[in-house]
Design a protein around this ligand. Sequence first.
Ligand code: ADP
Length: 495
Amino acid sequence: MEQGYILAIDQGTTSSRAIVFDRNGEIKEIAQKEFRQIFPKSGWVEHDPEDIWNSQLEVLNDAIGKLPQKDLIKGIGITNQRETTLLWNRETGEPVYNAIVWQDRRTADYCNEIAEQGFDKTIQEKTGLIIDAYFSASKIHWILENVDGARELAEKGQLAFGTVDSWLIWKLTEGKVHITDVSNASRTMLYNIHDLTWDKELLEIFDIPASLLPEVKSNSEVYAETSPAIIGSAIPIAGIAGDQQAALFGQLCLDQGMVKNTYGTGCFILMNIGEKPIISKNKLVTTIAWKIGDEVNYALEGSVFIAGAVIQWLRDEMKLIQAAPETEEISQSIKDTDGVYFVPAFAGLGAPHWNPKARGTLLGLSRGTKPAHIIRAALESIAFQSRDVILAMEHDSGSKIKELRVDGGAALNNFLMQFQADLLKADVLRPKVTETTALGAAYLAGLAVGFWKDTHELQQQWQVDKKFVRDSKKELDNHISNWNKAVKTVNFWTK
Ligand code: ADP
């Protein structure tokens, strides 16, 4: 078989990575570099676009440099932090402002005004999203209103908007190509997920000229070649997807009803809902998962704000543990939490509860409560919160999940994964390659260039590291109802 590799560019919020995958979907080389986070004011988060590019280029060259020849790379797939917003001058290629990162809250009041004007319903119907500062539209508006000369340049058609994927492709092609893909477009709050077009009415609501926008492509096709002046050879760029959608693809959740959960600082849960969008009644967002050929797949998405972060908090603030992995054995050493419940709503509660004012709460303490009980309650809270999101997905989609595919740092915790399986009454599958985001981008590119024949081939090579089979004898109804009471208590406290 002809030798060769696919390279995934994984441009994340705190680091840029480049991962080389072989034909079996296994990691051959990996390079990673953190870059600067800029916090100009409370609630503001920015990246220097040149830092994003330079760190990405460095790891790209590192990873490729470890191979015997550059031309062994048959295609590049790109996955990126979503929603983060850049505007640059089409003529000079110079950004007019720093990238405003998805976490940035500066446009929260503006978003409230838009909602108060009654546009929230139209926005949700057209984009599947709930109006929030998180998404790109209000960030673009902010730059146009607040950066000297930006609006004039935009009116003259001289500015380009892009999420990070667009910016990287612009740089990789030396400004020849200005594109994005449907999954990233669907996070801008300007893209109509039913018609698959930039939406005129939404552009008017946010007062954004259409001339800024990139052309929207499918997730798997040859879009362009890298400019040889940049990385020394012309390699087809053949896949793009936002990070969470890429992870859904990398987990091969290709059929309707399949769900993945990434257990990192927070949890990101996505359910493939097939070819028709469902607008959520439970405060989840609807998003485009991918478009391959003419076929579009949609997903429901929900997140848990504090997941692995509660374990960090136990380690760094409470000093109850020295390292996150200890929590597994500690939790297994006791038979239960002895009635302790921990709702780690440090940053409010996400879907389906949506209470930004909620704060963390410990309930059920007694004289006999030991650190182990609190540690176990913290781990259990990650699974309970994930279940709440998945339950909302089941209600919206009308289908009960059979299995959950998992990745992210905290998915390594066997106690947590078994508890999750028992709680969901569904099996939990942890794959061998947990770099699912990069793997998804590589899959998308590899399919487009014929490196892999079809998804059937991918399914045959995709391997499970460990399957956590649900214990159907385990009686958890009472435990669940206590958790629900704990969440109600948190909501009551903040009323
Ligand atoms: P991110 O990409 O959000 O930075 P990672 O996927 O790297 O997150 O996961 C790191 C998070 O997972 C941290 O919050 C850490 O506390 C948690 N974590 C890592 N290992 C474990 C473990 N064995 N058990 C529980 N939590 C863990």
